[in-house]
Ligand binder design. Structure first.
Ligand code: SF4
Ligand code: SF4
Length: 350
């Protein structure tokens, strides 16, 4: 097949897959609105190893081995049994896992939506075709800048060839995320990344990040202008779901209810459940021992880091329940547990 026909065919396949994905998402959203008692999204780490070493990242090493396929399948079975709707494989760099295709197949075989977050370095036509066959439904690549620098090599110039392969061969939905704030040298890069993504037929989102010391600072006037331009290029659904970014862009805290540990789960390479990549150790319980009691407690626990949190996917999951079930501080939860009240009574769980 010549290149033009391949791009046309891949783009039509992507539209069909995207529509099917939207229908499945709509049914999962209805289920999530009807019942609060299952996880909506889980991030699963099958490998902490990464081929890169981004300056801001604390989620990788250069030595660890891939987690055995049967162990990963056991974790996926548990997530399916809990009623999880979407599993996103993340890392480290998950494309380095030698059995990634079987992991994706297993997610699909258990009726969950299969997503992947990657730095993009390992995409070849052959590898993309295998991911199509495995049943991958969406992919997100974050691109930090146009030219590589000492902080990040997730750069448009380095990855452009990979993006062209994806445009030509991928049947799955591709989203390109750019970033702004946090002292990123050239805010204009986010606009170049977003424009290239749209040109290649992908959706695009933009993440607002904290300063390198973790403080929340308003974006400069130039950054705000670029942020608005990138948002206009992006997926309207994402823009609607990411109101919190407007507060973060102004350097203001955002009031919401983070449901990490319940509706959103982060499963590290050791199989422990954490609130998220940034709050490892809470609650730090092995997934195979995670019960609905743990789920209920975390659902109702207010997270001290919520006001300045920039994790888009956890915010989006939070929207489903923001209007219901007020939360309590960890101290109030501990006090009530000491007083001997059952979890159901404490939180009025449905
Ligand atoms: S590519 Fe991703 S996991 Fe690897 S170092 Fe960079 S941000 Fe971390
Ligand atoms: S508020 Fe953000 S940083 Fe804190 S637990 Fe939730 S997702 Fe993690």
């Amino acid at each position: 097949m010549d290149r033009v026909r391949r791009i046309f065919f891949a783009s039509n396949m992507r539209k069909t897959t995207f529509l099917k994905l939207k229908v499945r998402e709509a049914s999962f959203i209805s289920r999530a609105l009807l019942s609060t008692r299952h996880p909506v999204l889980a991030h699963l780490i099958p490998m902490r190893r990464c081929n890169l070493a981004c300056g801001y990242c604390n989620e990788y090493d250069h030595t660890s081995k891939p987690i055995d396929l049967e162990i990963v399948k056991g974790r996926l079975n548990k997530l399916a049994d809990l009623g999880t709707a979407i599993v996103t494989i993340s890392g480290g760099e998950p494309m380095m896992h030698p059995e990634l295709d079987q992991i994706i197949q297993h997610i699909r075989s258990r009726g969950m939506i299969a997503g992947l977050i990657s730095n993009g370095y390992y995409f070849t036509p052959e590898r993309i075709k295998r991911l199509n066959k495995a049943g991958l439904e969406y992919l997100q690549i974050s691109i930090d800048n146009v030219e590589p620098d000492e902080v990040s090599r997730k750069s448009l110039r380095v990855l452009d060839k990979k993006l062209r392969y994806l445009s030509e061969y991928a049947d799955f939905h591709v989203n390109i995320n750019s970033v702004i704030g946090g002292g990123i040298k050239n805010p204009e890069d986010a606009l170049s990344v977003a424009r290239r993504a749209v040109e290649l037929g992908f959706s695009t989102t933009v993440g607002v990040i904290h300063d390198s010391d973790g403080t929340l600072k308003p974006l400069s006037a130039r950054e705000k202008d670029i942020f608005q331009q990138v948002k206009k290029l992006g997926n309207k659904d994402h823009a609607r779901l990411n109101w919190f970014q407007d507060s973060i862009a102004e350097g203001k805290p955002y009031n919401w209810r983070c449901r990490a540990g319940a509706r959103y789960l982060y499963i590290c390479e050791e199989g422990l459940v954490h609130w998220c990549s940034q709050q490892r150790g809470y609650p730090g319980i092995p997934l195979d021992q995670y019960t609905m009691e743990d789920f209920d407690r975390e659902y109702k626990t207010e997270k001290w880091c919520a006001a300045t949190c920039t994790l888009q996917c956890v915010h989006q999951v939070g929207i489903l329940d923001n209007w219901r079930d007020p939360q309590k501080t960890p101290a109030q939860m501990a006090e009530e547990q000491k007083s001997g009240k059952g979890v159901g009574e404490m939180i009025g769980a449905d």
